[in-house]
Ligand binder design. Structure first.
Ligand code: DGL
Length: 280
């Protein structure tokens, strides 16, 4: 991959953001809020979602194809907005490309370590992210005295995608998933999946207001801003009139994606295009 692309680290180059589907829009939304001048190329792998139940090999292969696609836009950095792809593939991607590759797991882990008071942190995520123990690894590297309790919550993704953000069914499932974490007296809970910030109020109500919820999407955008500033790569110019600041690509179902995206992002998604990601 390295020799195939000329890497163009210009301030006005776009940021590449990808996810297994719509969930990474929570990360794109934070980037838009915190860095309003930046251009974004977003790719959602809607044909192959979910990643959360797939193997490391498969998710890594998909992630490499997507990185090649994003590099064709001369992006200045790649944000792996998907927790599962961050846990499984970020490290390998970083070795293959010449631009910074930022995942969501490390920033989320760092914040949790900063905010915990009693040293008991809960992590909820997909089966794959929990199985990778990457949150555990990063947290322990930062503070080995912290105790981490991990819980896979596979039903949250379909509930969010069905639009059941405030619904008795979601409440019931959340009670079942979170009850053991409540019993363990955690004071910090990492929402380790792109979709979970969308049911933040349900999670907060059930886990209890004394528990701090960590949103890796927010922390990742902060980290990205720091990284771009350090490398003098923050775009200091607002987008030109008529410029397509945000471009969205998917591997299937562009119209459905557009509808969901418009309910999350209020910046007006003009269009989403379908591409053949297997060609990359
Ligand atoms: N984007 C995924 C994540 O954050 C959730 C959806 C999926 O399983 O692909 O882990």
């Amino acid at each position: 991959m390295k020799q195939e692309y000329s890497i163009n680290l210009r301030k006005d180059a776009p940021i590449g953001v990808f996810d297994s589907g719509v969930g990474g829009l929570t990360v794109a939304r934070e980037i838009m809020r915190q860095m309003p001048n930046e251009k974004i190329i977003y790719f959602g792998d809607t044909a192959r979602v979910p990643y959360g139940s797939k193997s490391k090999e498969t998710v890594t292969r998909y992630s490499k194809q997507i990185a090649r696609f994003l590099l064709s836009f001369q992006v200045k950095t790649i944000v792996v907005a998907c927790n599962t792809a961050s846990a499984y593939a970020r490290d390998e991607l970083e070795q293959e490309v010449d631009i910074p590759v930022l995942g969501v797991v490390k920033p989320g882990a760092r914040t949790a370590v900063d905010v915990t008071r009693n040293g008991k942190i809960g992590v909820i995520a997909t089966e794959a992210t929990i199985g990778s123990h990457m949150y555990n690894k990063y947290i322990t590297e930062l503070n080995k005295d912290v105790t981490i309790y991990e819980k896979a919550c596979p039903l949250f993704v379909p509930l969010v995608e069905e639009g059941l953000w405030q619904d008795p069914v979601t409440d019931e499932i959340a009670k079942r998933y979170l009850s053991e974490l409540i019993d363990l007296d955690i004071d910090t809970l990492i929402m380790g999946c792109t979709h979970y910030p969308l049911i933040r109020s349900t999670l907060g109500r059930i886990i209890g207001e004394e528990v701090t919820l960590v949103n890796p999407a927010y922390e990742t955008a902060m980290e990205l801003k720091r990284l771009l500033a350090e490398q003098d790569l923050l775009n200091d110019q607002p987008p030109k009139l008529g410029e397509n600041q945000y471009q969205f690509y998917v591997s299937d179902g562009a119209e459905k994606f557009k509808r969901f995206a418009n309910s999350i992002i209020k910046y007006g998604i003009l269009s989403a295009k379908t591409i053949q990601i297997e060609d990359y």
